[in-house]
Design a binder for this molecule. Structure first.
Ligand code: PSV
Ligand code: MN
Ligand code: MN
Length: 424
């Protein structure tokens, strides 16, 4: 469903006076406000096709009603998000959860909503109905060459789907690893995986990137064959210039210094993309910024610093994606919160006084360095984010408008109460 433009205008009208007041107060002391608003307006975050329904936990799933029943309906839902916040202009697809039966038609539908196709995700971590060989003991690492070949061929198919949709990248997340000591020969598992990835890499179209996503644990709990950024970087380096590391915020061991990882990957030109989410314990896939907003800020601070140092374009040179799903919120409201959290944090990172920070670092002025970072983090930048939305035709308060227009109720009416979107 789409909202008529006049409804967004009316909503903005009612909030306009308060917004103007807050925006004027904030920008009175901010010489670079216009540049920041422009950067925020350009920033787009891809929505994963698997986050539009309630995700569930390992133990249960409580469907929320009105969930998209097809890829077309998922695209419509993202179209609505994009209409509300103007920052969700991309979708990241998981194959085979969301196979586009007619690539050209799907591409055209997405284009109608101003949505492009971000990274394609392959899936060799589950057995699919009718699949010949099992991934129970891994896919690309498997001791049996035939299983490895099957995994490679699946990735080649995913690339083909992506080409038809105009995607430019492939994310490979492998659940390969072992649950018990002695189960695997680590070196052979690494080499098998490398060889399989090389076969996929060889089939990448010239303009494509490959993102190698790492994860420290789960579903394997003793070893993971792409377990951390070191292993991912090793694969990406051995594969070649089109291969990069993908950082998923939930995939680290507790207390890992993710901002430092990001800084070094950027320095090496090997950071390819991001999966945003938040977590308290493990790969919890909770809403971005809901648990550790300061950590997210420190990560964005390194992203902005590192990308600027390399002359990278903030909007196009990395793949920005959300990877979250859970049971207790309306998935669309949750995605609005996630995108908002990303934009707020990006704005805070853009506020950091880089020259002052550099000079504090040069003078070992630790107190000053902390003040500079925390000044930015403690600034309420929400009026900047709202202004960017207003200027691009979005809603000043997307969640409020979503609720006022009773979007979920209408989706339930259209699609029914007992709907289960494909995905985890
Ligand atoms: C694995 O935990 C992961 O983060 C990978 O990105 C998958 O593609 C995604 O979740 C969905 O299962
Ligand atoms: Mn992920
Ligand atoms: Mn994950």
């Amino acid at each position: 469903m789409q909202l008529e433009k006049y409804k967004i205008d009316q909503h903005n009208e009612t909030l306009s006076a308060a917004h103007k007041r807050k925006f004027a107060a904030l920008t009175a002391d901010l010489p670079h406000a216009e540049t920041i608003v422009k950067k925020l307006a350009d920033f787009q975050v891809a929505i994963p096709s698997w986050a539009l329904g309630t995700g569930g936990t390992r133990f249960a799933r409580f469907a929320g009603g009105g969930e998209p029943r097809s890829l077309e309906e998922k695209i419509e839902d993202i179209g609505l998000l994009h209409q509300l916040n103007r920052s969700s202009g991309a979708i990241s697809l998981h194959i085979p959860w969301d196979i586009p039966k007619n690539g050209a038609a799907i591409k055209a539908l997405a284009a109608q909503h101003g949505i492009r196709f971000d990274a394609m995700n392959s899936n060799t971590f589950q057995d699919q109905p009718g699949q010949k060989l099992s991934y129970k003991f891994g896919s690309m690492q498997h001791v049996d060459k035939a299983v490895r070949r099957q995994a490679v061929e699946h990735n080649l198919e995913v690339i083909e789907h992506g080409v038809a949709l105009g995607s430019q990248s492939l994310t490979v997340w492998l659940s390969d690893g072992s649950c018990f000591p002695g189960q695997l020969n680590f070196r052979k598992a690494f080499q098998n995986t490398l060889e399989s990835l090389q076969e996929v890499y060889a089939a990448l179209p010239a303009t494509w990137k490959m993102f190698v996503e790492y994860k420290a644990f789960e579903p394997n709990f003793y070893s993971t064959t792409v377990g951390d950024w070191g292993q991912s970087l090793l694969y990406a380096t051995k594969l070649g210039p089109k291969a990069y590391t993908l950082v998923d915020l939930g995939h680290h061991l507790p207390n890992a210094n993710i901002e430092q990882i990001v800084a070094l990957l950027l320095m090496e030109g090997k950071l390819g993309g991001f999966h945003f989410n938040d977590s308290k314990y493990g790969d919890d896939d909770l809403t971005v910024g809901s648990i550790k907003p300061y950590q997210l800020f420190l990560i964005f601070n390194e992203l902005v610093e590192g990308m600027d140092a390399r002359g990278m374009d903030h909007t196009t040179d990395l793949g920005w994606m959300i990877d979250a799903s859970h049971n207790v919120k309306d998935p669309l409201e949750d995605l609005l919160q996630s995108v908002e959290a990303i934009l707020i944090t990006y704005a805070q990172a853009l506020l950091v006084d880089r020259a002052a920070l550099q000079s504090a670092q040069q003078n070992n002025d630790v107190v000053r360095a902390q003040e500079i970072l925390q000044n930015a983090f403690r600034t309420d930048v929400r009026p900047l984010v709202a202004e960017a939305r207003l200027r691009t035709g979005g809603a000043l308060d997307p969640i409020q408008l979503f609720r006022d227009q009773q979007v979920r109720e209408q989706l339930v009416k259209q699609r029914g109460l007992k709907t289960i979107a494909t995905g985890l």
